[in-house]
Design a protein around this ligand. Sequence first.
Ligand SMILES: [Zn+2]
Length: 426
Amino acid sequence: MSDVARARVLQQVDELMPSAISRLQDLIRIPSISGTADENVAQAHMADLFRAGGLDVDHWSIDLDELQQHVDFPGMEVPRDEAWGLVGRLPGSGSGDGATLMLNGHVDVVPPGDRHAWNGDPFAASIQDGTIVGRGSCDMKAGLIAAHWAVQAIRLAGVKLRGDLLVAAVQGEEDGGLGTFALLQRGWRADACVIPEPTGLDLVPGNAGALTFRLRIRGHATHASRRTEGVSAIEKFLPVWHALQDLESRRHRDVDPATAKFGLTHPLSIGTIHSGDWPSSVPDLLVAEGRFGIALGEPVERARVEFEEAIAEASAGDDWLRGHAVEVEWWGGQFASGQLAADSDLLQRVASAHDLASSGGTPATWIAPYGSDLRLLTDIGCIPALQYGPGDARLAHGPDESVPIDEVVVTARTLAVLALDVCGIA
Ligand SMILES: [Zn+2]
């Protein structure tokens, strides 16, 4: 790699900083909650940004009906009748001997939750003590803007690449990954991909998975004054719940050391419970929804069977449940685990790009306990992929989510150096 070209690009990254940070604020101010119209607004906003930045732009309306018919469709938990794909491309020299690098980030964010838990408006994107605060700041609008910023620095520095540099903005990541799935179905491919999700500038070459489930537990309704003649669905949920807690601890007996950074590497959690329709009736139905963690490399089908067997065992030990089977439904996001191919050199390349672009030091490597688009890129796209980006994932989805500006800068610098390395300088 030419040191002169690299220095020119890094200088360009630094010069672009004020405008990049204000672009990040603009993007956070679009409340692009998964499944809302603002998700599409954010995609259109990014398409304008890509166009203004001189990229070849593919901005297409996703045929959701067709996509959902696909056997590998990764799930969708919020209703949508519109979704958009977006890939910007900085064309290579056309000599055909450079590799293609994709930078992939999602524009959708989860809802802000209780607004009183925030110190201000979740979508104000205010700057406080060197951080930008707002829903979606670290997860992952900062990473997406850093990717665009890196591409622009290369373009404005006048450095020509041998291979293509792609930046993909996707929606629907938080509820399954339909956006990345759609771009793969459209035929977009790369030789390597970095997802700048919040890793605190560490290297994350894999994710545990998560399957969304729904349980239906039936009881028998009576007037509450005669409750012993009915069967409460709430009480019948309790043995099921205990069985799921046992299942979770059984599944953590032997944990891959690479995932040990987090106490529970693939937790099982109940997220919603609905039961009953009247205070003085014995409830005849309980519907519980939750998230079943999948260990790194664990086949999804085997995990589902283990879950269903635990439910069946709990039912067998209960007189009522034996005759009234608990229904298990797999719906919504079905995140398999995902992992960077063992023979890929992407991890080393990102580590050395980080070293060249920052004040040095070797980033830590760990496996994240949550699902992401990584598994779609590796498994369906056969693209070596890893996560490296600004911000602390613990702040994602919580109040006062924020991202340190200096980490956004380092991410943009690292991604630019990585692109010079992977795509090659013409
Ligand atoms: Zn994310």
